[in-house]
Ligand binder design. Structure first.
Ligand SMILES: Cc1ncc(COP(=O)(O)O)c(C=O)c1O
Length: 392
């Protein structure tokens, strides 16, 4: 049987794009170039960027570049297949061992990205009949993992323990496995989860705690070990990324040796994908060595200074902003965020507007991020340009 005649796919897609455009929601990738993520050239214009996740300024560090070059010479460029097929390369093993020591866990399993880590972990551990309790502001990779797992997802109000407990009381008794999933430092809001209280809540209701430390590792906590370490909380699974403070790429799950063995056997986003390039793993290991040492400490201190400096230069209303390298300037309508971003760009600053669905409807924002590689004078001039956009 022949179905109804559809307009061409392209015509259909064009109509959707026109509607995105009309909502100020169209996205594009600007043409960026250069070694620095804080002083890039964007569409042929040199700018100061305040929106990358290169919190420690490591992405252009020569130690990462030379570790990557040495790994290419030693182990080639591509991994060739999944590690289960092509085998573990020394760079994968060394990085996993070093991360395990750094985080004081039994074992770590690398994934090609943080996104794939969240998909791989939650879909392996949870399934039909299970419950995943999620903070409302959790990253899209966690939300997508919940959907794909076919477990029952339920969302509590951002950082709200009583909202979380209400859901656990109502839904946990009928669930087989239960998971409580949160970011530690929230990527779009810059605020921090009450990790000790969430751990207690999880324990009380027989739930496993999964904490995504994508934005905190390397940056916060003792020696950059993250907010779980700072809170004295051992989650059942700790998720990390290597593309933010580590300046490289990739993600990992950290926990028990049993967890690693299980994920290696059951995580589809580990099994059915090519392993991370050994050069990238070697660069991440070089970043970890910096993070653990004096230079990492100095970079964390420089970053903390820049955060205080920016907050002190902004209008008093901004004292409500979190004291973290992620400062959300919430402007509301998409149009306002797009206009503010354009105006800043005309003044030499690059801060991309963040709009739904990345953030909830009506909370479009400038997500300002700071880096250890911003110079104090960069922060001063940026503060001046940003001040008029701080809502009164
Ligand atoms: C909390 C969180 N988890 C995971 C990811 C995904 O990490 P990756 O960029 O390595 O895929 C992100 C990315 O922004 C994130 O913010």
């Amino acid at each position: 049987m022949v179905g109804p005649v559809l307009p061409s796919l392209d015509a259909d897609l064009r109509a959707d794009l026109v509607s995105l455009e009309a909502q100020d929601r169209i996205r594009s990738c600007p043409a960026a170039s250069g070694l620095s993520r804080t002083a890039p050239t964007i569409d042929a214009q040199p700018l100061l960027s305040f929106c990358s996740n290169d919190y420690l300024g490591l992405s252009g560090h020569p130690a990462l570049a030379s570790a990557a070059a040495a790994a290419i010479a030693r182990s080639g460029l591509g991994a060739g297949a999944s590690r289960l097929i092509a085998g573990d390369l020394p760079e994968h093993r060394e990085l996993e061992a070093a991360l395990s020591t750094f985080l004081d866990v039994e074992a770590v399993l690398l994934f090609p990205s943080g996104y794939q880590t969240n998909l791989g972990v939650l879909c392996a551990l949870a399934g039909p009949g299970d419950l995943i309790l999620c903070d409302h502001a959790n990253h899209a990779s966690i939300i997508d993992a919940c959907r794909l797992s076919r477990a029952r997802p339920t969302f509590y109000r951002h950082l709200d323990l009583s909202s979380a407990e209400k859901r656990l009381l109502a839904l946990a008794p009928n669930a087989r496995r239960r998971f409580l999933v949160t970011e530690s430092l929230f990527g779009m809001d810059g605020d921090v989860a009450p990790l000790a209280e969430l751990k207690a809540l999880a324990r009380k209701h027989g739930a496993a705690l999964v904490v995504d430390e994508a934005h905190a590792l390397g940056v916060l906590g003792p020696g950059g070990r993250g907010l779980c370490h700072e809170a004295g909380v051992t989650p059942d699974v700790l998720i990390g990324t290597l593309g933010k403070a580590f300046g490289a790429a990739g993600g990992f799950a950290a926990g028990s040796a049993t967890l690693r063995k299980y994920l290696l056997n059951r995580s589809r986003s580990f099994i059915f994908t090519t392993a991370p390039p050994p050069s990238v793993a070697a660069a991440a290991l070089a970043a970890l060595q910096i993070i653990r040492g004096d230079e990492g400490q100095a970079r964390r201190e420089a970053l903390a200074d820049r955060v205080l400096q920016l907050r002190s230069r902004l209008p008093s209303k901004s004292s409500a902003l979190p004291c973290s390298p992620i400062l959300p300037i919430i402007l509301g309508p998409d149009r306002a965020a797009v206009a503010a971003s354009r105006a800043l760009r005309a003044n030499g600053f690059f801060v991309q507007p963040i709009r739904p669905p990345t953030v909830p409807e009506g909370t479009a924002r400038l997500r300002v991020t700071l880096s250890a590689s911003h110079r104090p004078e960069d922060v001063d001039s940026f503060a001046q340009a940003l001040a008029p956009f701080i809502p009164q």
